[in-house]
Design a protein around this ligand. Structure first.
Ligand code: PXP
Length: 239
């Protein structure tokens, strides 16, 4: 069976915000992404609102035919925003103000109680819960204990190794082992971060992974591929 594809559209908002106007519009793009066959739309509402804004989340969430996977930090304010917008899925992620992107998985040990309480709230509201973690058996065990329904394995390390043509077999084995263990203890397994065509082909072989969440590469590749069509349109206008 084909694994599900969640598309992170944060960087559509990054591009839009560069001009402070409405183009490209994340909502329009979300509809196109789903029409093309993706299964869900991922957005990360960051504390600094550097890409997706509250208004984007509100507009996206108001269309209940869009399955939204909302990524948030383990923060009470974010929990309130999430409860107001009622996304289909929630993924708790670590967040550092100065990072360019989500650099690693959650520190579950340190934030045990906070995360457990947040998961309980979303589970009660029938919002699918997930924790973004590094491939670690200990963190998978703890994810289950804390009450998460899913885990998302951070694939940043293996993605970099593959891109840099380094040996990735040890990391792949680790991810496979973690995915198998997670599935065996009743967690649904997702994966994401830094993935491109090659990484996806490799990780797609791990049968326990049911969903991939991919963002930056898809947006970059879409710009690269789409530009010829746009230029042709301008040439037609200029004739
Ligand atoms: N999954 C999670 C939990 C993320 O936070 C992100 C963005 O950092 C992604 C997937 C997508 O990563 P990328 O944009 O590198 O594909």
């Amino acid at each position: 069976m084909r694994k599900r594809l969640g598309v992170n559209i944060d960087h559509i908002a990054t591009l839009r915000n560069a001009r402070g106007e409405n183009h490209p519009d994340p909502y329009t793009v979300a509809l196109k992404v789903l029409k093309a066959g993706a299964n869900s739309i991922t957005v990360h509402l960051r504390e600094d609102r550097r890409h997706i804004k509250d208004k984007d989340l509100k507009i996206l969430s108001s269309n209940k035919s869009i399955p939204i996977n909302l990524e948030i930090a383990s923060d009470p304010q974010m929990v309130n925003i999430a409860l107001k917008n009622k996304p289909s899925f929630i993924c708790l992620v670590p967040e550092k103000r100065n990072e360019i992107t989500t650099e690693g998985g959650l520190n579950l040990k340190k934030n045990k109680n906070k995360i457990k309480n947040i998961l309980e709230i979303f589970n009660k509201h029938n919002i699918r819960t997930s924790l973004f973690i590094n491939p670690s058996l200990q963190d998978i065990k703890l994810s289950k204990v804390l009450g998460s329904k899913c885990i998302e394995i951070h694939t940043g390390k293996i993605s970099n190794q593959i891109k840099q043509q380094k040996n990735y077999s040890k990391e792949l084995k680790k991810i496979k082992k973690c995915a198998t263990y997670a599935k065996n203890i009743g967690l649904e397994v997702h994966a994401g971060h830094g993935m491109d065509y090659k990484t996806t082909k490799i990780l797609n072989k791990i049968e326990q992974i049911e969903e991939f969440n991919i963002g930056h590469f898809i947006i970059g590749e879409s710009v690269s591929h789409g530009i010829s069509k746009v230029i042709k349109q301008f040439i037609k206008i200029l004739k």
